[in-house]
Ligand binder design. Structure first.
Ligand SMILES: [Zn+2]
Length: 279
């Protein structure tokens, strides 16, 4: 293929609507294809056959697919979704495009206000007291509670995260509980804001030492460090159990007895942006 997906990204062709996709794919494949844009996030390209007709559901990310990617999609459909070079071209382009879109988009729909803890005032106070002058120009990262949903891990729990790509801090919703002391939420925010200060801009492929000596030294000097670690040690079991049950934190003795949640069906591992559903 002459054009590399990277080159194609630099100047995006105009958006294709569903009819335009149908026309060009039907022509390239030699059979009618119905195309719909959908909102699937995990499978950007879904192909199924219904009553003998090929139906294709595309993520909006495909709107500006350049001709080499259009051709790869047509070939993938013609081969009925088989793994092939065309699938790799497709996956590679979708990956690049999603990354680019993520870079352009602000950290959307993050909400700092939980049912019990509002992250915003805590972070502002931290910025003033602990990070004087550090957040001047760029301002605080976007703050929000992570999406609720059952955690699957039995052994560990990520209570907060800093996302350098979107310049956003997320806190695990299990902590949004009246039983979680404010000093612990503050410590989690401190830790993530420290990442925002020390980690620097995202670097493709480069492994950063996110908890290097400088980070550890700053963290140890945090006023509530020992107290917060102690609280975490004491409650980590209950935190994990509550996260797995998809409920806010409650100390072990205080949790209402409830039937254990039904085992979840194993989630398919994400392998490709294109998914063949029915053939
Ligand atoms: Zn960290």
């Amino acid at each position: 293929m002459a054009t590399q997906p990277e080159e194609a990204l630099e100047s995006l062709p105009p958006a294709l609507d569903e009819r335009a996709w149908e026309a060009l794919l039907s022509e390239q494949i030699g059979a009618p294809v119905e195309v719909r844009y959908g909102r699937a996030r995990r499978e950007v390209v879904q192909l199924r056959r219904e009553r003998g007709r090929l139906q294709l559901r595309l993520g909006r990310v495909m709107e500006h697919a350049p001709p080499p990617v259009q051709a790869a999609l047509a070939e993938w459909i013609a081969r009925r979704g088989a793994r092939s070079a065309s699938l790799r071209v497709l996956d590679h382009w979708v990956e690049l495009r999603l990354r680019e879109l993520a870079r352009q988009a602000p950290a959307a729909a993050l909400s700092p206000r939980g049912a019990h803890h509002d992250l915003e005032p805590v972070a502002r106070e931290l910025a003033r007291v602990e990070f004087a002058a550090h957040f001047g120009e760029r301002g605080l990262p976007a703050l929000g509670w992570g999406r609720a949903g059952r955690s699957r891990s039995r052994r560990s729990l990520r209570l907060g995260s800093f996302d350098p790509l979107h310049y956003a801090v997320r806190v695990h919703p299990v902590l949004d509980s009246a039983q979680t002391p404010r000093f612990f939420v503050r410590y989690i925010l401190f830790h993530e804001l420290l990442h925002a200060v020390l980690d620097g801009p995202p670097q493709e492929g480069a492994r950063r030492r996110t908890h290097g000596p400088e980070f550890r030294a700053h963290e140890r000097s945090y006023v509530d460090f020992e107290r917060a670690r102690e609280w975490e040690r004491e409650h980590i079991g209950a935190l994990i159990a509550c996260a797995r049950a998809g409920i806010p934190f409650a100390p072990a003795g205080k949790r209402a007895s409830r039937r254990p949640p039904p085992p979840r069906a194993p989630q398919p591992q994400h392998k490709s942006w294109a998914q063949r559903l029915l053939f």
